[in-house]
Design a protein around this ligand. Sequence first.
Ligand SMILES: Cc1cc2nc3c(=O)[nH]c(=O)nc-3n(C[C@H](O)[C@H](O)[C@H](O)COP(=O)(O)O)c2cc1C
Length: 406
Amino acid sequence: MSGSNILCIVTGSIAAYKACEAISQLVQRGHAVRVVATEAALRFVGPATLEGLTGRPVLSDLFAPGAALEHIELTRWADLIIVCPATANTLNRFAAGLADDLSGALFLARDPKKPFLVAPAMNPAMWAHPATVASAEKLKDWGVRFLPVGQGRTACGEMGEGRLAEPDAIVSAVEAALARPARRLRVLVTSGGTAEPIDGVRVLTNTSTGRTGALITGQLVRGGHEVVLLRARGAARPGAPCTEETFFTFADLAAALERRLGSERFDAIIHAAAVSDFRVEGVATNGEVQLAAAGKLASGSSPLLRLSPNPKLVDRLRGWSAGPLRIVAFKLTRGADAPAARAAVQELFAHSGADLVVHNDLDAAQNGELPADIHRPDGSQAARCATRAGLAETLERLLVNETPAR
Ligand SMILES: Cc1cc2nc3c(=O)[nH]c(=O)nc-3n(C[C@H](O)[C@H](O)[C@H](O)COP(=O)(O)O)c2cc1C
């Protein structure tokens, strides 16, 4: 893995000296590295050091004479951009979409199909601050990949989380993100929750945000795969370009799945949508039953909803598919112990014929993350993922390695 163009944005952290070591290793491994340094970064490392390591001038000024369109040219040139070290200030500025310096302009002008990595480095209180946590969440949803921060004593003498990853780990993460899959897959992803009409203006729905589906889509697109995303209206959007179709109700999603699977070839489907198990069959008010999805119930009435089960879409996917299809199904539980979770996963395998089942339990959600286990039909566990981004990476790897060639 050599010969890639890497743009490293260095920001004003005391860990900038460690970034120099990572830059040096990347250059020694045959990559072309260009550095953009914020004004604050240049208070920690001199431009001569960065220029000496990369053999190229350091860019810092958005308005430098002769370099006014550098932010556009650089995003075209780079195969990958990494912010290393990334300060709290820069993460918060990126999340706000500010573009009044070169690093912010580069972030907005980046090519969303190319990997954008950040290696944060800061004091533990800054890393744990709600502003930084919220910005990191937002950036992850936009497809930015975060390198894990280290734990231990930081430069300011405090113990905790926030240290910059070690140079070896930074180099490995960069090269892993640059690696192209041996095979390009065509994948259908479903994401977000369906809505079930009560009357002509009201719906029953669920709490799905679509973040998992959006992250999986972003990961696959940046990995060079072709993705068609069936996304619920209002669900999170992927930070990378793909073919999108939106759905609202169960019926919309079912129709889109049947049409797409029957008329197009997909290697795999990742069915992450939260599909309603029930639909509103009728609404009774004052002894009168009216059909769902019609009219508007009077606001002072006390309607009784009659629900009936929806068919399981996941069970129909293989039958609808014109060709062989790998199916990744999802099982969400709430407060299930290990035997109950295992039983729920086995039941899903039994009726759906899925190749992999991703299980998560809502009670395990923490700091906006939902850990997930990936299971195989024989009862073995293929992987355990602590984060949505980890799940997206693992699913890509499993599908690339395990999907038979057409
Ligand atoms: C000695 C010193 C060390 C600093 N280290 C960090 C750090 O590790 N992480 C961080 O987020 N900010 C750190 N800061 C604060 C940033 O330099 C400051 O927020 C600056 O505005 C960041 O600008 P930039 O994000 O444009 O590079 C440090 C400041 C000083 C004076």
